[in-house]
Design a protein around this ligand. Structure first.
Ligand SMILES: [Zn+2]
Length: 396
């Protein structure tokens, strides 16, 4: 790869003909149309997020005469595309278009058009330092993968998008990273993540390949790189969402971010009564002993399809030290008076432990009536067993 330093090009020249696409949230062209600001493998424009502090700081740097860092352009024929510097160029372009303001020294907001003559000129005439890169596509993209010098490191999906750029990524982003997509509202009930950072796309890919391993996602993207549609990806994702939405008819914030792809694969062929599901979920949701609310949904699916009570998913609250101590004292006092073991199960067995008095730390607290059979986690339902018998009985 060849890199040539280009000095003296000004902000005014680079921003000539700048267009910002509100709908796609990206800067399109600059340098009188010679420069593509956001090529396919670039991430979306992020500097306007969170109140726009980042784009404002680009303008303040220029006004104070601080350098805004190196820009890297890739030469493709007689055109250029931005390899690194897209966020900064878009900030400059947006400011020149009066799309946001910065505060001047007296704290007043100033749009570009309201700056005084000196600051106006200062911005337009600021020289930029640009490296022009020429080389094979893959070589440049691999290099791009390693730079990450803009402050917000690329996440793994942004990197994959850059490596496998092509028609598939274009179409996938059009659907999965388009903040105007009307499906977004229903997706957000089930999928976590920032649409602009490609996190929904990432989830869709993980579901369709049925794995969250980077290698599997990359392999799929490589295989489909030149596809003219993303139907398989789209249809599978929407199928999973539709199934989740039909299966759980009531809204709970804990539904968001569950492993829907896996749950769909495991349970979509079972015929559930959705009213029964809703009733079971509600019962557990308001059970104060269930400490892991996110686990309720899978617990109910498993229970209603197989009858298995997988209480690990619920992390049912265990007895505290005070409850254990009281049960220990009560049982030990009685055991001593009757000359039997303070573990009621040891006491039942004829053998060397049938009269053994265990120490507190040799015993575990246990539900007399299992939680899953309606037994509460309170003092009256607490007994202590020796560690062996507690394991033997199971934890419920
Ligand atoms: Zn025992």
């Amino acid at each position: 790869m060849k890199a040539t330093l280009l000095e003296g090009v000004t902000v005014e020249e680079i921003c000539a003909g700048f267009e910002y696409n509100e709908l796609e949230g990206k800067g399109l062209f600059g340098w009188n149309g010679k420069l593509t600001i956001q090529p396919e493998y670039q991430r979306n424009y992020l500097y306007a997020e969170g109140g726009g502090e980042k784009e404002k700081s680009v303008i303040n740097s220029v006004l104070q005469g601080y350098p805004i860092g190196l820009l890297y352009f890739n030469k493709v024929g007689d055109r250029y595309e931005v390899l690194d510097g897209q966020q900064r160029i878009t900030s400059l372009g947006r400011y020149l278009k009066n799309l946001f303001s910065v505060k001047d020294s007296s704290g007043k907001p100033k749009f570009f058009d309201s700056l005084d003559e000196v600051d106006h000129k200062k911005i337009l005439q600021t020289p930029l330092t640009i490296y022009i890169c020429e080389g094979a596509e893959l070589e440049i993209k691999n290099w791009f993968k390693t730079i990450n010098i803009v402050g917000i490191p690329l996440n793994k999906q942004e990197i994959s998008n850059s490596i496998y750029s092509g028609s598939f990524v274009t179409l996938a982003k059009e659907y999965f990273s388009n903040s105007q997509n009307t499906r977004l509202q229903i997706w957000s009930s089930y999928v976590k993540g920032n649409i602009k950072r490609q996190e929904i796309l990432r989830t869709a890919l993980e579901w369709v390949v049925k794995s969250s391993a980077d290698d599997e996602v990359d392999e799929y993207m490589s295989l489909h790189r030149a596809d003219e549609n993303v139907d398989e990806l789209k249809n599978y994702f929407e199928k999973v969402i539709a199934w989740a939405d039909e299966t759980f008819t009531e809204n709970y914030s804990e539904l968001c971010g569950l492993e829907w792809g896996r749950l769909y694969e495991e349970y979509h062929e079972t015929d559930f009564d959705v009213k029964e599901i809703a009733a079971e979920v509600k019962k557990l949701y308001y059970d104060e002993f269930v400490t892991n609310k996110r686990g309720i949904f899978e617990y109910v699916l498993k229970f209603l399809s197989t009858g298995e009570e997988d209480t690990k998913l619920l992390q049912v609250r265990l007895f505290g030290n005070a409850e254990k101590r009281k049960a220990y004292d009560r049982q030990t006092k009685l055991a001593k008076s009757e000359n039997i073991s303070n573990c009621p199960m040891c006491a039942l067995v004829k053998g060397q432990n049938s009269k053994k008095i265990w120490k507190l730390n040799e015993m575990d607290a246990d539900h007399v009536t299992a939680w899953s059979k309606g037994g509460a986690t309170d003092e009256k339902n607490c007994q202590v067993l020796c560690k062996y018998h507690n394991r033997f009985k199971g934890n419920n």
